[in-house]
Design a binder for this molecule. Structure first.
Ligand SMILES: Nc1nc2c(c(=O)[nH]1)N[C@H]1C(S)=C(S)[C@@H](COP(=O)(O)OP(=O)(O)OC[C@H]3O[C@@H](n4cnc5c(=O)[nH]c(N)nc54)[C@H](O)[C@@H]3O)O[C@H]1N2
Ligand SMILES: Nc1nc2c(c(=O)[nH]1)N[C@H]1C(S)=C(S)[C@@H](COP(=O)(O)OP(=O)(O)OC[C@H]3O[C@@H](n4cnc5c(=O)[nH]c(N)nc54)[C@H](O)[C@@H]3O)O[C@H]1N2
Ligand code: SF4
Ligand SMILES: [Mo]
Length: 696
């Protein structure tokens, strides 16, 4: 019998759909339903949203702390776990200093958990070594849009999709990855809104429009500069907007003067004619929205790619109004929030720069302890420093870098080199298997708190069931650990206490309270005393930096090119039915039956040349690693390009990926590397990476 229906938020992607968890009288989770009147999802959910109960009710859940001795894990009490961690952390800091320890937090956990994580790092451990998966996701958005516009977030709102005239989807696959928004885009297009897709693969949206620019991998800036060239040469730009709201246009005009569509045809693979048609359509639309994703950010040129898109929108004045904007489709349910909370080495909550003395003083005063001035390491910086032994202890929660970070062999050897590795997780992930201590974490259904979705909407997450077994919420175990280390600085009675402390220190969240968030079905930041009801559209009157900046950027080639030994390019993407490392979605039999456990998409022309049949076993090798899986014929990938999702721990594409990084943000080039693909014997079952690593 149903005793309760608890309103909360889907724990998967950044759309932030509203769900209800149905709980029986014994406090057991029965099922999931959509919230009928939710501002974005309006009674709909995608397959993952419907399957959340499987993800958290699973018999795979960790229910007590575990300690590793050699290769086996043994249950221990929370007290023993906390004492062991506290003693070892203290000893390492005494010996090697605070730079040798750090925290990786989670864009899947709440704002409260993330605020606590960065405060634990900065106030208790005295280090700025705090980071999370945004590093390998939208860190170029945070850095790029900050330079161009003064704020690194989606400028508009989801509802604007139904108020625009043209949608330019650039390096994003929203029907698979932001499915409810992808549905809105399809709906708007069906009602006559123009759709342009820029993607090397033929995505579901690309199939709907004749305006598909199937560019070569990583040629974004060349293409955008050519679009700018046409728009400026033909005087199709918005002169009034450029003059009144921007700076640096003259230099930009000079910069793109010779970048004609013809001159980039061979770099981009897009015809000059299609570039001209696109330039005309985007600049002539009354209102046009840009949506972009990992096809822009996951390159060594990630930050410049983002800047380039900002240049395009600013040139045409498509910003600061309904139905316009530069809209990064933030990925994880709370990645916007984890960034807002300051889980990045260079900023405190609300993007207040760590390097500025005034901010150091503000946080030292607020927290009652002196914070360090020393610059922090990024997540990949911490794993790199672990190789040399300079970085010795890592607390990580709600991430599975062994599956999701580039160059798996490097990640595994770095994590093994740590003196202390603590993982707080829902289940035994590939990363948790390397931990010294594993802490059982409470899932979103077992927590109160908030998530901030991709349109900056801070939404209330409500506890529906008790934590499973001895599981604890992330801020709660961080607080307990701080106490064990003799610190009273993390001293809260409830999630609301954490939120209130955070809001007082985080200007864009200043006027938010739990009650107001609940009453308004979420509030979009900035929500300040001047804008108490939040802000649906950014930059309407001015930019946080006054005038927006045009910044000239040049095309940068992808780091790794093909050669005789590695003749194909590999890109990585997502599948609708699975999420991230798969540790949650793969617990659902409904989702699991939809895809094989690993797949390589290959054009039939390439496959034929390599003697590979549809669904046949294949090997894929890069300069860093080797995996085996099955081939799937697909005309959606062009000849010369193969593609793999990264959800499958059996056949992880991150065995192969390149760690070459964007110099500004250290974003690795997850979207391009060179590989060689070969047919395996017809009746051979592809070996999992675990079998390969154990030499079986
Ligand atoms: N089902 C599902 N949904 C998810 C996730 C998931 O794991 N599964 N993850 C969530 C997360 S964390 C994120 S960040 C988002 C990501 O969502 P998206 O940004 O949509 O992610 P991807 O599928 O990785 O890449 C997007 C597209 O970029 C294209 N691309 C590759 N290279 C280039 C290029 O040089 N130029 C252009 N223009 N395009 C290129 C790819 O072909 C692909 O179609 O999804 C979120 N939603
Ligand atoms: N090759 C390739 N690699 C990629 C990408 C790509 O496109 N290509 N995309 C990158 C991107 S954009 C991202 S964002 C990363 C994502 O990489 P990760 O963040 O490592 O991926 P997730 O699957 O989201 O892992 C989250 C983990 O958090 C756990 N979890 C969920 N909720 C909670 C909670 O409340 N508390 C705790 N403690 N744990 C919780 C889940 O069980 C899961 O194991 O992957 C990156 N890796
Ligand atoms: S679109 Fe995203 S937030 Fe909505 S139900 Fe699907 S996974 Fe959940
Ligand atoms: Mo992401």
């Amino acid at each position: 019998m149903c005793a309760d229906l608890v309103k909360t938020i889907c724990p998967f992607c950044g759309v932030g759909c509203g769900i209800c968890l149905k709980v029986d009288e014994q406090g057991q989770l029965l099922s999931v339903e959509p919230q009928q009147n939710h501002p974005i999802s309006q009674g709909k959910l995608c397959d993952k949203g419907w399957s959340t109960a499987y993800a958290i009710n699973s018999d795979q859940r960790l229910t007590q702390p575990l300690k590793r001795i050699n290769k086996s894990f043994y249950p221990i009490s929370w007290q023993e776990a906390l004492t062991t961690i506290a003693d070892e952390l203290t000893a390492i800091i005494d010996e090697s200093g605070s730079q040798a320890v750090g925290v990786i937090s989670s864009a899947r956990a709440s704002n409260e958990d993330n605020y606590a994580a960065q405060k634990f790092a900065r106030a208790v451990l005295k280090t700025n070594n705090i980071d999370h998966c945004a590093r390998i996701c939208h860190s170029p958005t945070v850095a790029g849009l900050k330079q161009s516009l003064g704020s690194g977030a989606m400028t508009n709102s989801a509802k604007d999709i139904l108020e625009t005239d043209l949608m330019l989807v650039f390096g994003a696959d929203p029907t698979e990855n932001h499915s409810i928004l992808g549905g809105h885009i399809m709906q708007a297009h069906a009602q006559g809104t123009e759709l342009i897709v820029v993607d090397p693969r033929v995505t579901r949206l690309a199939k709907l429009t004749p305006m598909h620019l199937q560019l070569k991998l990583g040629s974004n800036i060349a293409l955008i500069n050519a679009l700018l060239h046409v728009i400026i040469k033909e005087q199709w730009f918005d002169q009034r907007f450029v003059e009144s709201r921007t700076q640096g246009f003259e230099q930009l005009a000079k910069h793109v003067k010779d970048i004609t569509p013809e001159s980039v045809e061979s770099t981009t693979g897009v015809s000059a004619e299609l570039i001209r048609t696109t330039a005309r359509a985007y600049s002539h639309a009354k209102r046009a929205m840009i949506f972009y994703g990992m096809g822009i950010t996951q390159y060594v040129s990630g930050t410049n790619n983002v800047i380039s898109l900002a240049n395009l929108a600013l040139t045409c004045g498509h910003i600061g109004k309904a139905g316009t904007g530069v809209n990064p489709l933030r990925g994880q349910n709370n990645v916007q929030g984890a960034c807002d909370m300051g889980c990045l080495p260079n900023v405190y909550p609300g993007y207040q720069a760590v390097a500025e003395l005034e901010n150091q003083e503000k946080f030292s005063k607020a927290w009652g302890t002196k914070v360090t001035q020393q610059a922090g390491l990024t997540s990949l910086g911490m794993t790199k420093a672990a190789q040399s032994g300079d970085f010795r202890a890592l607390l990580l929660f709600g991430e599975d870098p062994v599956v999701t970070d580039p160059d798996q062999n490097h990640v595994q050897s770095s994590l093994k080199n740590l003196d202390l590795f603590v993982v707080a997780e829902l289940t035994m992930t590939e990363t948790a298997k390397l931990a010294d201590i594993i802490l059982p974490a409470a899932s979103f259904a077992e927590k109160d708190g908030t998530f901030t979705n991709c349109e900056r909407r801070v939404q209330k997450v409500n506890q529906a069931i008790a934590p499973l077994g001895e599981a604890k919420g992330d801020w709660q175990w961080l607080q307990a650990l701080a106490k064990e280390m003799g610190s009273k600085l993390l001293n809260w009675q409830s999630s609301e206490d954490v939120f209130n402390e955070m809001a007082a220190l985080t200007p864009p969240y200043q006027a938010m309270t739990y009650q107001k968030i609940t009453d308004n079905s979420g509030l979009q930041w900035p929500c300040t005393n001047e804008t108490p009801n939040g802000t649906t559209i950014l930059h309407q009157q001015s930019f946080p930096i006054g005038r927006a900046r045009f910044i000239c950027v040049n095309q940068v080639d992808i780091d790794e090119s093909t050669d005789d030994n590695y003749p194909l390019l590999l890109t990585t993407n997502r599948l609708h039915f699975h999420y991230g490392c798969g540790s949650m979605t793969r617990n659902s039999p409904l989702l699991e039956r939809e895809t094989p456990p690993g797949v390589l998409f290959i054009n039939p022309i390439d496959a034929k040349a390599l003697n590979i049949n549809h669904q046949a076993p294949v090997s894929i090798k890069s300069r860093r690693g080797y995996v085996e899986t099955r081939a799937m014929f697909s005309d959606d990938v062009p000849v010369g390009l193969v593609s793999m999702p990264y959800h499958f721990k059996e056949a992880p594409s991150n065995q192969l990926t390149n760690t070459a990084q964007d110099p500004v943000t250290k974003m690795p080039e997850l979207k391009a590397c060179a590989v060689v693909v070969a047919a395996l014997a017809k009746d051979q079952v592809p070996k999992t990476i675990q079998q390969l690593q154990e030499g079986k």
